[in-house]
Design a protein around this ligand. Structure first.
Ligand code: PBG
Length: 335
Protein backbone atom coordinates (compact mmCIF):
# COMPACT_ATOMS: atom_id res chain seq x y z
CA UNK A 1 0.00 0.00 0.00
CA UNK A 2 1.51 3.33 -0.97
CA UNK A 3 1.00 6.58 0.84
CA UNK A 4 0.24 9.68 -1.29
CA UNK A 5 3.42 11.76 -1.62
CA UNK A 6 1.52 14.93 -0.72
CA UNK A 7 -1.42 15.81 1.45
CA UNK A 8 -4.77 16.08 -0.37
CA UNK A 9 -6.12 19.57 -0.93
CA UNK A 10 -8.25 20.88 1.92
CA UNK A 11 -12.01 21.22 1.81
CA UNK A 12 -13.70 22.77 -0.09
CA UNK A 13 -11.19 22.34 -2.93
CA UNK A 14 -11.20 18.64 -2.23
CA UNK A 15 -14.62 17.05 -2.02
CA UNK A 16 -14.04 13.27 -1.93
CA UNK A 17 -17.73 12.69 -2.49
CA UNK A 18 -17.31 13.80 -6.14
CA UNK A 19 -15.67 10.43 -6.81
CA UNK A 20 -18.68 8.65 -5.30
CA UNK A 21 -21.52 10.63 -6.78
CA UNK A 22 -22.64 8.26 -9.56
CA UNK A 23 -22.39 4.53 -10.19
CA UNK A 24 -20.26 5.05 -13.32
CA UNK A 25 -17.60 7.06 -11.52
CA UNK A 26 -17.55 4.62 -8.62
CA UNK A 27 -16.97 1.80 -11.07
CA UNK A 28 -14.29 3.76 -12.88
CA UNK A 29 -12.21 4.47 -9.77
CA UNK A 30 -12.70 1.14 -7.98
CA UNK A 31 -9.26 0.00 -6.76
CA UNK A 32 -10.01 -3.73 -6.74
CA UNK A 33 -12.36 -6.11 -8.50
CA UNK A 34 -14.03 -9.38 -7.60
CA UNK A 35 -14.95 -11.94 -10.23
CA UNK A 36 -15.78 -15.66 -10.33
CA UNK A 37 -12.12 -16.18 -11.32
CA UNK A 38 -11.17 -15.22 -7.75
CA UNK A 39 -13.14 -18.04 -6.17
CA UNK A 40 -12.33 -21.59 -5.12
CA UNK A 41 -15.27 -23.78 -4.14
CA UNK A 42 -14.61 -26.23 -1.27
CA UNK A 43 -16.64 -29.44 -1.70
CA UNK A 44 -17.27 -31.84 1.16
CA UNK A 45 -17.39 -35.32 -0.33
CA UNK A 46 -18.45 -38.56 1.32
CA UNK A 47 -18.55 -42.29 0.81
CA UNK A 48 -22.08 -42.76 2.12
CA UNK A 49 -24.99 -44.21 0.18
CA UNK A 50 -26.83 -40.93 -0.36
CA UNK A 51 -25.94 -38.50 -3.13
CA UNK A 52 -26.44 -35.36 -1.02
CA UNK A 53 -26.57 -35.11 2.77
CA UNK A 54 -27.13 -31.69 4.34
CA UNK A 55 -24.57 -30.45 6.87
CA UNK A 56 -26.66 -29.07 9.77
CA UNK A 57 -24.15 -26.48 10.95
CA UNK A 58 -23.57 -25.23 7.39
CA UNK A 59 -26.99 -24.54 5.84
CA UNK A 60 -26.78 -24.82 2.06
CA UNK A 61 -23.73 -27.12 2.17
CA UNK A 62 -24.09 -30.83 1.43
CA UNK A 63 -21.86 -33.84 1.67
CA UNK A 64 -21.62 -35.07 -1.90
CA UNK A 65 -21.07 -38.46 -3.46
CA UNK A 66 -18.33 -38.65 -6.13
CA UNK A 67 -20.91 -38.36 -8.92
CA UNK A 68 -22.50 -35.32 -7.25
CA UNK A 69 -19.04 -33.81 -6.80
CA UNK A 70 -18.55 -34.20 -10.54
CA UNK A 71 -21.86 -32.41 -11.15
CA UNK A 72 -20.79 -29.63 -8.82
CA UNK A 73 -17.52 -29.30 -10.73
CA UNK A 74 -19.43 -28.93 -14.00
CA UNK A 75 -21.56 -26.27 -12.36
CA UNK A 76 -18.44 -24.50 -11.09
CA UNK A 77 -16.86 -24.58 -14.52
CA UNK A 78 -20.01 -23.15 -16.10
CA UNK A 79 -20.01 -20.37 -13.51
CA UNK A 80 -16.41 -19.44 -14.29
CA UNK A 81 -14.98 -20.75 -11.01
CA UNK A 82 -11.43 -21.96 -11.78
CA UNK A 83 -10.99 -24.60 -9.09
CA UNK A 84 -12.76 -26.84 -6.60
CA UNK A 85 -11.15 -28.12 -3.39
CA UNK A 86 -12.01 -31.54 -1.98
CA UNK A 87 -12.51 -32.46 1.69
CA UNK A 88 -13.47 -36.01 2.68
CA UNK A 89 -15.98 -37.48 5.07
CA UNK A 90 -15.04 -41.14 5.14
CA UNK A 91 -17.60 -42.60 7.49
CA UNK A 92 -17.41 -45.94 5.74
CA UNK A 93 -13.65 -46.45 6.05
CA UNK A 94 -11.84 -47.77 9.08
CA UNK A 95 -10.04 -45.04 10.98
CA UNK A 96 -6.77 -45.81 12.71
CA UNK A 97 -3.91 -44.00 14.42
CA UNK A 98 -1.86 -43.40 11.24
CA UNK A 99 -4.82 -42.64 8.97
CA UNK A 100 -4.31 -45.62 6.64
CA UNK A 101 -7.29 -44.58 4.51
CA UNK A 102 -5.50 -41.38 3.50
CA UNK A 103 -3.15 -43.30 1.21
CA UNK A 104 -5.64 -45.72 -0.36
CA UNK A 105 -5.27 -45.24 -4.13
CA UNK A 106 -8.90 -46.37 -4.53
CA UNK A 107 -10.15 -44.21 -1.68
CA UNK A 108 -12.81 -41.52 -1.76
CA UNK A 109 -10.59 -38.62 -2.80
CA UNK A 110 -8.91 -40.44 -5.73
CA UNK A 111 -12.42 -41.55 -6.83
CA UNK A 112 -13.69 -37.97 -6.71
CA UNK A 113 -10.68 -36.61 -8.57
CA UNK A 114 -11.20 -39.10 -11.38
CA UNK A 115 -14.97 -38.43 -11.53
CA UNK A 116 -14.36 -34.68 -11.73
CA UNK A 117 -11.62 -34.98 -14.33
CA UNK A 118 -13.95 -37.09 -16.48
CA UNK A 119 -16.83 -34.64 -16.22
CA UNK A 120 -15.02 -31.28 -16.28
CA UNK A 121 -11.38 -31.67 -17.31
CA UNK A 122 -11.03 -27.89 -17.64
CA UNK A 123 -11.41 -27.21 -13.93
CA UNK A 124 -8.58 -27.29 -11.40
CA UNK A 125 -8.83 -29.84 -8.60
CA UNK A 126 -7.20 -29.17 -5.27
CA UNK A 127 -6.94 -31.69 -2.44
CA UNK A 128 -6.36 -31.36 1.28
CA UNK A 129 -3.23 -33.10 2.51
CA UNK A 130 -3.77 -33.99 6.18
CA UNK A 131 -4.70 -37.09 8.12
CA UNK A 132 -7.49 -35.77 10.37
CA UNK A 133 -10.37 -37.20 8.37
CA UNK A 134 -8.79 -40.67 8.45
CA UNK A 135 -7.48 -41.00 12.00
CA UNK A 136 -9.26 -42.38 15.03
CA UNK A 137 -7.89 -39.44 17.06
CA UNK A 138 -8.90 -36.66 14.64
CA UNK A 139 -5.42 -35.09 14.42
CA UNK A 140 -3.70 -34.06 11.20
CA UNK A 141 -0.55 -36.07 11.94
CA UNK A 142 0.48 -39.35 13.53
CA UNK A 143 -0.26 -39.52 17.26
CA UNK A 144 1.83 -41.58 19.67
CA UNK A 145 1.62 -41.47 23.45
CA UNK A 146 -0.33 -38.24 23.31
CA UNK A 147 2.17 -36.48 21.04
CA UNK A 148 1.89 -35.60 17.36
CA UNK A 149 5.05 -37.00 15.75
CA UNK A 150 6.36 -34.51 13.23
CA UNK A 151 8.74 -36.55 11.10
CA UNK A 152 6.67 -39.74 11.08
CA UNK A 153 3.77 -37.60 9.86
CA UNK A 154 5.85 -36.30 6.94
CA UNK A 155 6.10 -39.78 5.44
CA UNK A 156 2.34 -40.28 5.64
CA UNK A 157 1.57 -36.82 4.25
CA UNK A 158 3.97 -37.04 1.32
CA UNK A 159 2.54 -40.43 0.39
CA UNK A 160 -0.96 -38.97 0.57
CA UNK A 161 0.06 -36.09 -1.70
CA UNK A 162 1.56 -38.57 -4.17
CA UNK A 163 -1.68 -40.61 -4.19
CA UNK A 164 -3.65 -37.45 -4.96
CA UNK A 165 -1.29 -36.36 -7.72
CA UNK A 166 -1.36 -39.84 -9.20
CA UNK A 167 -5.16 -39.76 -9.31
CA UNK A 168 -5.00 -36.46 -11.20
CA UNK A 169 -5.04 -33.69 -8.59
CA UNK A 170 -3.69 -30.43 -10.01
CA UNK A 171 -2.97 -28.80 -6.67
CA UNK A 172 -2.10 -30.49 -3.41
CA UNK A 173 -2.65 -28.37 -0.34
CA UNK A 174 -0.98 -29.51 2.88
CA UNK A 175 -3.15 -28.24 5.74
CA UNK A 176 -1.47 -30.20 8.50
CA UNK A 177 1.07 -27.60 9.75
CA UNK A 178 3.88 -30.13 10.39
CA UNK A 179 7.37 -28.65 10.06
CA UNK A 180 9.10 -29.52 6.79
CA UNK A 181 6.05 -30.93 5.05
CA UNK A 182 6.32 -28.78 1.95
CA UNK A 183 9.83 -30.05 1.31
CA UNK A 184 8.74 -33.65 1.95
CA UNK A 185 5.78 -33.32 -0.41
CA UNK A 186 7.81 -31.55 -3.08
CA UNK A 187 10.49 -34.26 -2.98
CA UNK A 188 7.89 -37.03 -3.23
CA UNK A 189 6.30 -35.33 -6.24
CA UNK A 190 9.65 -34.77 -7.96
CA UNK A 191 10.77 -38.33 -7.32
CA UNK A 192 7.61 -39.72 -8.90
CA UNK A 193 7.39 -37.60 -12.02
CA UNK A 194 4.87 -35.07 -10.76
CA UNK A 195 6.99 -31.98 -11.20
CA UNK A 196 3.99 -30.06 -12.61
CA UNK A 197 1.76 -30.59 -9.58
CA UNK A 198 1.22 -27.33 -7.73
CA UNK A 199 1.63 -27.04 -3.99
CA UNK A 200 -0.63 -24.54 -2.29
CA UNK A 201 0.55 -24.48 1.28
CA UNK A 202 -1.75 -23.71 4.16
CA UNK A 203 1.27 -21.80 5.39
CA UNK A 204 -0.30 -19.69 8.09
CA UNK A 205 -3.03 -21.81 9.58
CA UNK A 206 -4.24 -20.82 13.00
CA UNK A 207 -5.74 -23.00 15.73
CA UNK A 208 -9.24 -21.66 15.36
CA UNK A 209 -12.70 -22.10 16.80
CA UNK A 210 -14.04 -21.19 13.38
CA UNK A 211 -13.31 -24.71 12.04
CA UNK A 212 -16.09 -26.15 14.22
CA UNK A 213 -18.77 -26.67 11.56
CA UNK A 214 -16.20 -28.19 9.17
CA UNK A 215 -15.23 -30.79 11.73
CA UNK A 216 -18.91 -31.72 11.94
CA UNK A 217 -19.10 -31.83 8.17
CA UNK A 218 -16.16 -34.19 7.70
CA UNK A 219 -16.84 -36.12 10.90
CA UNK A 220 -13.49 -35.42 12.57
CA UNK A 221 -15.06 -33.59 15.53
CA UNK A 222 -16.32 -36.73 17.23
CA UNK A 223 -12.87 -38.29 17.18
CA UNK A 224 -10.77 -35.26 18.10
CA UNK A 225 -8.90 -35.62 21.35
CA UNK A 226 -7.54 -32.36 22.73
CA UNK A 227 -6.83 -29.41 20.47
CA UNK A 228 -4.44 -28.68 17.60
CA UNK A 229 -2.37 -26.02 19.33
CA UNK A 230 0.94 -27.90 19.12
CA UNK A 231 0.91 -27.54 15.34
CA UNK A 232 -1.62 -24.90 14.30
CA UNK A 233 -0.63 -21.32 15.06
CA UNK A 234 -1.48 -19.18 18.08
CA UNK A 235 -3.90 -16.44 17.07
CA UNK A 236 -1.86 -13.97 19.11
CA UNK A 237 0.91 -14.10 16.49
CA UNK A 238 1.62 -12.25 13.27
CA UNK A 239 5.43 -12.27 12.70
CA UNK A 240 5.33 -16.03 13.07
CA UNK A 241 3.10 -16.22 10.01
CA UNK A 242 5.82 -14.53 7.96
CA UNK A 243 8.39 -17.08 9.13
CA UNK A 244 6.05 -19.97 8.25
CA UNK A 245 5.39 -18.52 4.80
CA UNK A 246 9.10 -17.90 4.16
CA UNK A 247 9.92 -21.51 5.02
CA UNK A 248 7.18 -22.92 2.81
CA UNK A 249 8.22 -20.83 -0.19
CA UNK A 250 11.83 -21.90 0.30
CA UNK A 251 10.69 -25.54 0.50
CA UNK A 252 8.87 -25.38 -2.83
CA UNK A 253 5.37 -24.01 -2.33
CA UNK A 254 3.94 -22.32 -5.44
CA UNK A 255 1.33 -20.40 -3.51
CA UNK A 256 0.38 -19.93 0.12
CA UNK A 257 -2.75 -19.62 2.15
CA UNK A 258 -3.88 -17.82 5.26
CA UNK A 259 -6.62 -19.45 7.28
CA UNK A 260 -9.18 -18.53 8.67
CA UNK A 261 -10.13 -15.59 6.49
CA UNK A 262 -11.95 -12.46 7.60
CA UNK A 263 -10.55 -12.32 11.16
CA UNK A 264 -7.05 -12.69 9.65
CA UNK A 265 -7.05 -10.11 6.87
CA UNK A 266 -4.16 -8.36 8.58
CA UNK A 267 -2.11 -11.52 7.95
CA UNK A 268 -3.28 -11.72 4.33
CA UNK A 269 -2.11 -8.15 3.83
CA UNK A 270 1.30 -8.70 5.44
CA UNK A 271 1.96 -11.95 3.62
CA UNK A 272 0.89 -10.74 0.17
CA UNK A 273 2.86 -7.53 0.54
CA UNK A 274 6.00 -9.12 1.97
CA UNK A 275 6.38 -12.11 -0.35
CA UNK A 276 4.53 -11.18 -3.55
CA UNK A 277 3.58 -14.78 -4.19
CA UNK A 278 -0.04 -15.76 -4.87
CA UNK A 279 -1.67 -15.57 -1.47
CA UNK A 280 -4.99 -17.27 -0.90
CA UNK A 281 -7.35 -16.98 2.00
CA UNK A 282 -9.95 -19.41 3.31
CA UNK A 283 -13.29 -18.10 4.46
CA UNK A 284 -13.80 -21.11 6.71
CA UNK A 285 -16.85 -23.02 7.83
CA UNK A 286 -17.47 -20.97 10.98
CA UNK A 287 -17.38 -17.73 9.03
CA UNK A 288 -19.84 -19.20 6.55
CA UNK A 289 -22.08 -20.40 9.38
CA UNK A 290 -22.08 -16.97 11.05
CA UNK A 291 -23.17 -15.17 7.91
CA UNK A 292 -25.75 -17.86 7.09
CA UNK A 293 -27.21 -17.74 10.61
CA UNK A 294 -27.60 -13.98 10.46
CA UNK A 295 -29.20 -14.25 7.05
CA UNK A 296 -31.62 -16.92 8.23
CA UNK A 297 -32.77 -14.47 10.90
CA UNK A 298 -33.13 -11.67 8.40
CA UNK A 299 -30.36 -9.70 10.13
CA UNK A 300 -28.13 -9.34 7.08
CA UNK A 301 -28.87 -8.71 3.43
CA UNK A 302 -27.62 -12.00 2.03
CA UNK A 303 -26.33 -11.00 -1.39
CA UNK A 304 -24.65 -7.80 -0.25
CA UNK A 305 -23.03 -9.43 2.78
CA UNK A 306 -21.56 -12.22 0.65
CA UNK A 307 -20.09 -9.91 -1.96
CA UNK A 308 -18.75 -7.41 0.56
CA UNK A 309 -17.07 -10.12 2.63
CA UNK A 310 -15.44 -11.64 -0.45
CA UNK A 311 -14.35 -8.32 -1.87
CA UNK A 312 -12.59 -7.57 1.42
CA UNK A 313 -10.16 -10.41 0.67
CA UNK A 314 -9.21 -8.87 -2.65
CA UNK A 315 -8.69 -5.49 -1.01
CA UNK A 316 -6.37 -7.14 1.51
CA UNK A 317 -4.24 -8.49 -1.35
CA UNK A 318 -5.53 -12.04 -1.78
CA UNK A 319 -5.15 -13.70 -5.18
CA UNK A 320 -8.26 -15.73 -4.48
CA UNK A 321 -10.64 -16.96 -1.80
CA UNK A 322 -11.83 -20.40 -0.80
CA UNK A 323 -15.46 -19.96 0.10
CA UNK A 324 -18.54 -22.12 0.50
CA UNK A 325 -20.41 -19.16 -1.03
CA UNK A 326 -18.53 -19.62 -4.32
CA UNK A 327 -21.43 -20.71 -6.58
CA UNK A 328 -23.84 -18.19 -5.11
CA UNK A 329 -21.25 -15.41 -5.36
CA UNK A 330 -20.38 -16.35 -8.93
CA UNK A 331 -24.06 -16.13 -9.86
CA UNK A 332 -24.34 -12.73 -8.18
CA UNK A 333 -21.29 -11.58 -10.10
CA UNK A 334 -23.17 -12.36 -13.27
CA UNK A 335 -21.15 -15.22 -14.64
C1 PBG B 1 -7.80 -30.03 8.47
C2 PBG B 1 -8.65 -28.99 7.84
C3 PBG B 1 -9.50 -28.14 8.55
C4 PBG B 1 -10.15 -27.35 7.60
C5 PBG B 1 -9.68 -27.71 6.35
N1 PBG B 1 -8.73 -28.72 6.51
C6 PBG B 1 -9.85 -28.03 9.97
C7 PBG B 1 -8.95 -28.37 11.04
O1 PBG B 1 -7.75 -28.05 11.01
O2 PBG B 1 -9.44 -28.97 11.99
C8 PBG B 1 -11.17 -26.32 7.96
C9 PBG B 1 -12.05 -25.83 6.89
C10 PBG B 1 -13.21 -25.04 7.39
O3 PBG B 1 -13.39 -24.80 8.59
O4 PBG B 1 -14.00 -24.63 6.53
N2 PBG B 1 -6.91 -30.69 7.75
Amino acid sequence: MSVPPFAPAPFPLARPRRLRAQPWIRRLVAETTLSPADLVWPLIVHDGADDRVPVPSMPGVFRLSPSEAARAAVQARDLGIPMVALFPNVDGAIKDSIGSGATDPDGLIPDCIRAIKDAAPEIGVMTDVALDCYTDHGHDGVLEDGRILNDASLDRLSEQAFIHAHAGADVVAPSDMMDGRIQAVREALEANGFQDTLILSYAAKYASAFYGPYRDAVGSARALTGDKKTYQMDFANSDEALREVAMDIAEGADAVMVKPGLPYLDIVRRVSETFRVPTFAYQVSGEYAMVRAAMANGWLDEDRAILESLHAFKRAGAAGVLTYFAPQAARLLGA
